[in-house]
Design a protein around this ligand. Sequence first.
Ligand code: SR1
Ligand code: MG
Length: 394
Amino acid sequence: MAVTETANYTPLTEQTAVELAAQLDFFPKGAALSSREIGDGNLNYVFHITDETGKGLIIKQALPYAKVVGESWPLTLKRAKIEANALKKHGEYVPHLVPEVYATDEALAYTVMEDLSHLTVARAGLIAGETYPKLSDDIGEYLAQTLFHTSDFGLHPFDKKRLAAEFSNPELCKITEDLIFTDPFFNNETNDFEEALTADAEAIWNNKALQLEAAKLKQSFLTEAEALLHGDLHTGSIFASKDETKVIDPEFAFYGPIGFDVGLFLANLVFQSITRGEEGRDVITDHIRNTWDVFSSRFSELWEQENQSAFKDTTGYRETVLEKIFRDSVGFAGAELIRRTIGLAHVSDLDGIEDDEERIARKRQALRTGEAFILKRAELTSIDDVLSLIGALR
Ligand code: SR1
Ligand code: MG
């Protein structure tokens, strides 16, 4: 019999997750542990284990298929190891912004990590009207530190190439290549949209200029191994409170274009800018501007302090690199806006709007904004240009 990657795998239950937690040197001997499966993502089980004092940990286990679709969509278990290694690697640069990893098991595809249950998933909090004053400072810092330090600007070329090989993640990349960069631009069966948006979706499928730009973005995603990305940095991958931010779930991590992480986060803030009333919108506008400002200024500082390149001080080089990252970020944000509206795996920012007319109007706005981001990205030279465009498309 062929040995498959699931040969020694068995899904955990709330009971077996407790047994596993009890074997770790974490809880006091004999503690009465309780367990609850709290996963609300598309792909994995997440068990929250606590003792009587409230001390807790998280056990996250990959399933051999995509939970969002079902067993008909097999998915590699190797993503658990990728995720744990990415948390550890990114944790070298921003330990305060990622959960600590306590233990891993490759065969059972689980990671035991720090309990973040005192925090809220940022998407849910933002939808409920939270402002998270530290969010853009922290994510700007996370992006600059993780992306600079894993790029050719921060690493010896041997180390960078070794890391890029370690984080080869073809199966998860294929999901992104299909769901973000291909399917929404064609009449593909994975697409998922409301009937009222049929004409809007068809207009996208018939927009040749948009398809050409989507093809360029996809090529960039496929070929530009610039830095170790998180790979799925939407607001559902971030836990937050008023004074803390933690980035979770880097199972899509791989070496890709720096603008992909920046753009995905910005797009998910744009969903909030689109769906909030005027009174709550300014704080999101500030977060969008501040994310880029913090990212670009921290990246520039790291460049000055740590870049070993012979061209480091060549006039215009740093600016050229940042301009490319900016343009890419806007384009990738556009693809994310379109995908989460008419493709597979939506966002509750839009789907959660109860009023039909309002929901469809906001979804159309997301599509318009996404298209404009992709088509006009070369003309947009500052984050204020981007914010003006978002405002003009209201
Ligand atoms: C089949 S996986 C669907 C989506 O969930 C993840 O969060 C990624 O965004 C992926 O594209
Ligand atoms: Mg995820």
